[in-house]
Ligand binder design. Structure first.
Ligand SMILES: NC(=O)C1=CN([C@@H]2O[C@H](COP(=O)(O)OP(=O)(O)OC[C@H]3O[C@@H](n4cnc5c(N)ncnc54)[C@H](OP(=O)(O)O)[C@@H]3O)[C@@H](O)[C@H]2O)C=CC1
Ligand SMILES: N[C@@H](CC(=O)OP(=O)(O)O)C(=O)O
Length: 344
């Protein structure tokens, strides 16, 4: 039997991707769509400026959008996916959890809170245990779980695979697609024929979230991984797919073949949205590329290439689809993990 789910911020860019992925999902059935007061009371077709490259799913187009308020969401909804602006998420997500809902959120608010699991199921599914800590400390019946920032999600599976060689220090420079900024985030006049060498707050997120994801959970708290991470974030004129150049200093000195083997053999997880091969390695020196490789594994795989040794470790490139693996797909995968683990 399918679990009835809702989408908070359903009319937005990430909300639309969530709807596209949830409509055919075997375990979830869309039962509530929320947005701002300006959209509430309207049909979804009327309220949302639909921009996904497939039609609005049947049953969603004529559904009525409701206020983002726990009282407006039916009680039999078991799981909520949140893609609200972070300021709104910070205010309303706790209200939903207090009301007993389990919320799988893509918004950046609260990701580094000590009692909030920040999870990529293939990397740190055990951090879900923080939910018990969260419930004890906050007296909540529901639960709040976060997926990381899209640039962080792209890089962290490769770092997790490299940790067997002793991950010591990481430098990363990103080339991030415009969809990461949302539909009205950067104008065409700003980005065509241009690169913007700054994305507000992004470097800090990569530097902190990656250490939490790679950290260890002892049943009570997560200790951050000791590796130092330095990031430099750039907006480039691609539509989807964040490409990243990574330099990792390691305690050991693996050959490029050993690094490729570590990437390719890194295990996935048996969940519907997880790809069979989590990290796909290219031997061609000019891959991965956003336009060619962002849809690997249904947009849920990470691509790596250009592996070379340095005098301190290894350098390589990695790529993932920022609104699939990096946003909507990440929240849904966390929802699948919560379902599997019996949290609702
Ligand atoms: N993990 C990642 O890497 C990524 C994360 N994100 C994050 O996801 C979130 C959503 O981004 P995006 O989809 O681009 O944003 P949009 O601006 O496209 O959508 C925002 C959604 O929130 C709703 N909303 C806005 N204000 C309110 C309010 N006061 N009360 C209730 N609902 C409100 C909007 O409804 P309405 O249409 O009525 O205004 C809309 O449904 C952000 O936090 C963003 O940072 C985004 C991209 C990638
Ligand atoms: N800042 C990211 C997208 C994003 O919204 O990230 P976050 O989920 O951390 O707010 C980008 O521009 O590509």
């Amino acid at each position: 039997m399918s679990t009835r789910v809702g989408v908070l911020g359903a009319t937005g860019a990430v909300g639309q991707r969530l709807i596209q992925l949830l409509a055919p999902h075997p375990d979830f059935e869309i039962a509530a769509l929320t947005a701002s007061g300006a959209s509430a009371g309207r049909t979804y077709r009327d309220a949302a400026k639909w921009r996904v490259d497939s039609p609005i799913p049947e049953g969603v187009a004529d559904a009525t959008v409701v206020e983002t308020d726990p009282e407006a969401v039916p009680d039999d909804v078991g799981l909520l996916f949140s893609s609200l602006p972070s300021g709104v998420g910070a205010a309303v997500e706790p209200e939903f959890v207090e009301a007993g809902y389990v919320v799988s959120s893509n918004s950046s608010n609260g990701r580094m809170d000590d009692d909030v699991p920040l999870t990529i199921p293939e990397i740190n599914a055990d951090h879900l245990g923080l939910i018990e800590v969260q419930r004890d400390e906050r007296g909540w019946d529901g639960a709040l779980i976060k997926n990381p920032n899209c640039s962080t999600i792209t890089m962290v599976p490769t770092l997790a695979a490299l940790d067997r060689f002793g991950l010591d220090r990481v430098h990363v420079s990103t080339l991030q697609a415009v969809s990461g900024a949302g539909y009205s985030g950067v104008t065409s006049m700003e980005i065509i024929d241009n690169v913007i060498p700054h994305i507000g707050g992004e470097a800090d997120k990569m530097e902190t979230e990656s250490r939490k994801l790679l950290g260890s959970f002892d049943g009570a708290e997560v200790s951050l991984h000791e590796a130092d991470v330095s990031a430099s974030c750039n907006r480039v004129p691609t539509l989807d797919g964040h490409l990243e150049n990574v330099w990792a200093d390691l305690d050991e000195d693996p050959a490029p073949e050993a690094v490729a083997e570590a990437f390719e053999s890194f295990p996935g997880i048996d969940l519907h949205s997880s790809p069979e091969q989590l990290i796909e390695v290219f031997e061609e020196p000019d891959r991965p590329q956003p336009r060619l490789d962002r849809n690997l594994g249904g947009g849920m795989a990470v691509a790596a290439g250009g592996i070379e040794t340095t005098n301190r470790g290894v350098q390589f490139n990695c790529l993932a689809h920022n609104t699939m693996r990096g946003a909507a797909g990440a929240s849904i995968l966390n929802g699948e993990l919560l379902l599997e683990e019996g949290y609702f």
